[in-house]
Write a protein that binds this ligand. Structure first.
Ligand code: CP
Length: 336
């Protein structure tokens, strides 16, 4: 792998993504190794996690390495990211020191930092992970910021395991209701990886307010063109589900309403019928269903869908372990 960091799959060529997936499949067949022997990774969580933390810690362990988990502002000092800041507030140290000190201790730094959900123009700059990448002298891995590239790889691996060749398979990324406005990261990432795999992608959402950031829509169109797939937006549930090979569900907040969520709430509340249920899945081409998890049952998808053979969400979650081992090993030049 020639890239220095793993922040977005858009920095990787299709060949590099395919190589990571092949390496992950190899780790799935043969989980233990010495690719990280004597090496270490710092996992910095600015937000909660179950899957990401567990799979990174175990992945490092299974390859002979060691993971250290830090939660800045909780069990580690709160970090300042503003350049030139007069630090007379709550932050105790600057990213310029944090990233460089950690780089003296560990071989990899992984970061989870969600948007603050107040101003999308600020959040879309992805300041936290970019600051780590700027100051760190070791590779930086994105554990979910405004995209979720590790989830992308796990999703792609699960789809390939179940469908084989993904070229021109009909893929629907459907918005679903959630009582809170959630991060667009997984939705952005679903568009990136599905178009990168050459799938025919439909973004299904209640209104144009829920179309994703133009940066990711543009990457999706570019990926589709380069890989022989397509990307379109639909607000018609039946049309989108008809003949679909894959239904991928995610809830997210509408970007025009960032910081004004009380105004978005009525639109979201009126769109609960986007729930993934048996009737909608019956319209598909015996399609697969997945979600990145965590998922609120009977809000985003029904029990019947979650417990059906079509649901591959558990496979996708397992694959986080394998793909992250591939990413860590590759960044350290210790691939299979
Ligand atoms: N899908 C995912 O990233 O799960 P966690 O939030 O539990 O890490």
């Amino acid at each position: 792998m020639t890239i220095r960091h793993f922040i977005t799959t858009q920095d990787c060529s299709r060949a590099e993504i395919d190589a990571l997936l092949a390496q992950a499949a190899e780790f799935k067949r043969s989980p233990r190794g010495a690719q990280l022997a004597g090496r270490s990774i710092a996992l910095l969580f600015f937000n909660p996690s179950m899957r990401t933390r567990t799979s990174f810690e175990l992945g490092a362990f299974q390859l002979g390495g060691h993971a250290i988990v830090l939660a800045p502002g909780k069990d580690a000092w709160p970090i300042e990211f503003e350049v030139g800041s007069v630090m007379d507030g709550d932050t105790e140290e600057h990213i310029a020191e944090v990233a460089r000190v950690l780089s003296r201790y560990v071989d990899l730094i992984a970061v989870r930092a969600f948007p603050k959900f107040q101003d999308w123009a600020v959040d879309r700059q992805d300041t936290v992970i970019k600051a780590f990448a700027r100051y760190a002298t070791v590779p930086v891995i994105n554990m979910e910021t405004i995209t979720h590239p590790c989830q992308e790889l796990a999703h792609a691996l699960a789809l390939k395991e179940h469908l084989g060749d993904l070229q021109n398979r009909k893929y629907v990324l459907t918005w679903t209701y959630h009582p809170k406005p959630l991060n667009t990261a997984v939705a952005n990432s679903a568009l990136l990886i599905a178009t990168r795999m050459g799938m025919d992608v439909t973004l299904l959402c209640p209104t144009p307010d829920y179309v994703l950031d133009e940066r990711y829509m543009a990457f999706g169109r570019q990926n589709a063109e380069e890989n022989g797939g397509s990307l379109k937006v639909s607000h018609d549930i039946e049309e989108a589900y008809a003949g679909a090979d894959v239904i991928y569900a995610k809830s997210w907040g509408a970007l025009p309403f960032f910081g004004r969520w009380e105004q978005e709430k009525p639109i979201r509340e009126a769109s609960k019928h986007f729930i993934v249920d048996e009737a909608k899945m019956a319209l598909t081409n015996n399609g697969l269903f997945s979600h990145c998890l965590p998922l609120r049952r009977n809000i985003k998808a029904t029990d019947a869908v979650m417990d059906s053979p079509a649901c591959i969400a558990i496979d996708e979650a397992e694959n986080r372990l394998h793909v992250q081992k591939a990413v860590m090993a590759s960044l350290l030049g210790a691939g299979v």
